[in-house]
Design a protein around this ligand. Structure first.
Ligand code: URA
Length: 269
């Protein structure tokens, strides 16, 4: 095999997303043939070079895993929290899939659909603005929306980091002093849905992600995970212009047969 960029190698090997792989490198955690490599343009030959992360060998594998978790509130979206808080890693540890990492983030106080994979290229694409993957949230908020407030959310609203792109917004109901609204966005800014609702005067009480691109949370119980079906995996890959052929399924492979162990790696999202 010819040389490829080290961060691409790490992402394809499932060490982390592409951005997460760059972070591993700049943090000095990656060695090639025993030498720490921090230079992002560096190349490796997967056939001859020995790559390690924190001293643990990383190799390319054709087996890529995809699963969804119904994240409960109270868990931080990271595979390793230096502050010792409860993390989503605990909820998927029984999958025993080395190199698994969450795609993007849900806030600690947000529940719902969180995608995990070992496929760094897929993760890179679904988080990239070019592919505009839509995320749908159901928010219960304080107060009652007026039609003009809903329209402002739809049209795009000014936040401190710039205006939001147009969103799909549907009022699902109003009860007492609260309302429930479904908001579909394709951006992924920090606490975006919470900030959008607050900007029109309705602080979020609870927030759940129900859809991620073509994936639907459905009735998956809280704190449970399941592998994506072949149909879901195909739909997800085609949403970001990848094909199942370029990303072989792991559905028939036992995690126990995986050929390597990689350390937990945080992902940006
Ligand atoms: N928007 C938020 O405010 N929080 C999330 O976790 C996801 C989207």
């Amino acid at each position: 095999m010819s040389s490829i960029r080290l961060q691409r190698f790490l992402a394809r090997a499932g060490a982390a997303s592409r951005r997460g792989s760059e972070n591993l490198m700049t943090a000095g955690r990656v060695q090639v043939n025993g030498v720490v490599i921090t230079e992002l343009g560096s190349k490796v030959d997967p056939d001859t070079d020995r790559v390690t992360v924190d001293g643990i060998p990383v190799t390319l594998t054709d087996t890529r895993h995809y699963l969804m978790l119904n994240k409960p509130t109270g868990y931080v979206t990271t595979m390793d929290d230096p502050q010792g808080r409860a993390t989503v890693a605990e909820l998927v540890s029984d999958a025993r899939i080395p190199g698994l990492f969450p795609v993007g983030r849900l806030d600690r106080d947000t529940s719902g659909l969180l995608l995990f994979t070992t496929d760094g290229e897929l993760a890179h694409r679904v988080l990239h603005p070019k592919w505009h993957v839509t995320k749908r949230y159901v928010a219960t908020v304080e107060g009652r929306f007026t039609e003009s407030q809903l329209q402002r959310l739809r049209d795009g609203i000014e936040l401190e980091d710039g205006p939001t792109a147009p969103a799909t917004v549907e009022l699902l109901g109003a009860r007492g002093r609260t309302s429930t609204v479904a908001i579909a966005i394709h951006e992924g800014r920090k606490r975006q849905v919470r900030r959008m609702c607050s900007a029109v005067g309705h602080p979020v009480i609870t927030l759940e992600r129900t859809h991620f691109g073509p994936l639907e949370l459905g009735d998956l119980p809280a704190a449970q995970w399941r592998p994506l079906t072949d149909t879901e995996r195909g739909a997800l890959l085609s949403a970001v212009d990848m094909t199942p052929d370029s990303a072989p399924s792991a559905s028939d492979a036992s995690p126990d047969t995986a050929s390597r162990t990689t350390p937990d790696a945080d992902t940006a999202g």
